[in-house]
Design a binder for this molecule. Structure first.
Ligand SMILES: [Zn+2]
Length: 108
């Protein structure tokens, strides 16, 4: 099934956030910026807020989880998860951590 814009306009999803088509997302975002409508807020963000991800990652890393394991548990693609870490590199929780392969190095 092809996903369509959450606002009900029937446009295909083509890269807008919050389950909206790019056109509708842009339109609602502009309205929000101008203060004429806050309709955009009726559509929840689809991705987990980075803050949540970083909190969970900090906890999982403390338990010795690798980035791959963390991404899997967060239900994210490793690539998206790493993008969050990269984007928030100045956040103390966004420690790069280890990937499974790197972890295999032996400590004798
Ligand atoms: Zn729409």
């Amino acid at each position: 099934m092809r996903e369509i814009c959450a606002c009900g306009c029937g446009r295909p999803l083509d890269g807008g956030a919050r389950g909206l088509s790019a056109t509708c997302h842009q339109r609602l975002r502009l309205r929000l910026q101008r203060g004429s409508s806050d309709e955009l807020l009726d559509f929840p963000r689809r991705c987990r807020p980075a803050d949540d991800v970083l909190d969970d990652w900090a906890a999982m890393r403390a338990d010795g989880a690798t980035r791959e394991e963390a991404a899997e548990r967060l239900g994210m693609a490793l690539e998206s998860f790493e993008r969050v870490l990269y984007r928030h590199a100045d956040d103390p929780r966004a420690v790069w951590g280890v990937r499974r392969r790197e972890r295999a190095s032996c400590v004798s």
